[in-house]
Design a protein around this ligand. Structure first.
Ligand code: ZN
Length: 201
């Protein structure tokens, strides 16, 4: 499956001058919401990801996604795996399990995001699951920004990857873009103004 082609066709792979959530600047931005707005594509991507997970032998009983970005990807992955789907969300900056969702002691949970950059939110979700007594069996994301090591590939994780090295991270593709500190950004130097993609339209 040509993941990059699917993202491009959906206008989910943007070119321009962007401010990433980390504060870095980049010429490219992945807007997963644009792929997931088509339920058929969301289902197709999740089924492909589910296949990789099944083949790995990792078994999960529940998907937990960090809101908001992970919810659709997590829900579709849970459907493809035939398991339960829950999400955690930030309240006053702190990630929490709310809305009556519960996890049992020892319940096997896979944490799912739409895109994994450094994996910060995914790790927060995993920490909550473990605090509640669940067992985190791995991580998943439709796309990998190239900081973390994708299951089945040999490319090592960068030091900024926050995902634990002893757990598998399943993803469909690596999307590696160069990122710049604002003070080193070549586009800024040319006088162009960076935009936050989420608020652009
Ligand atoms: Zn810039």
């Amino acid at each position: 499956m040509d993941i990059e082609k699917i993202y491009k066709e959906s206008n989910a792979l943007l070119s321009g001058h962007f401010i990433l959530s980390s504060g870095h600047h980049s010429r490219n931005y992945l807007q997963s919401a644009k792929v997931l707005e088509d339920p058929k594509k969301a289902q197709m991507l999740a089924e492909e990801l589910a296949k990789i997970i099944k083949e790995s032998g990792i078994k999960a009983e529940t998907i937990c996604a960090p809101a908001l970005g992970g919810i659709i990807a997590g829900y579709e992955l849970a459907r493809a795996l035939g398991i339960r789907s829950i999400f955690v969300e930030r309240k006053e900056g702190v990630m929490q399990l709310r809305r009556g969702f519960e996890v049992a002691k020892g319940e096997k949970v896979l944490v799912c995001e739409d895109i994994i950059t450094t994996g910060g939110s995914a790790l927060e979700a995993a920490d909550i699951m473990e605090e509640l007594g669940a067992e985190v069996v791995g991580f998943a994301g439709l796309a990998n920004r190239g900081f973390c090591k994708r299951y089945g590939t040999s490319k090592e994780a960068k030091p900024t990857c926050k995902l634990p090295k002893d757990k598998p991270f399943f993803s469909l593709a690596d999307f590696e873009f160069e990122i710049y500190k604002p003070e080193d950004c070549p586009m800024c130097k040319e006088g162009s103004k960076a935009v936050k993609p989420g608020s652009r339209t």
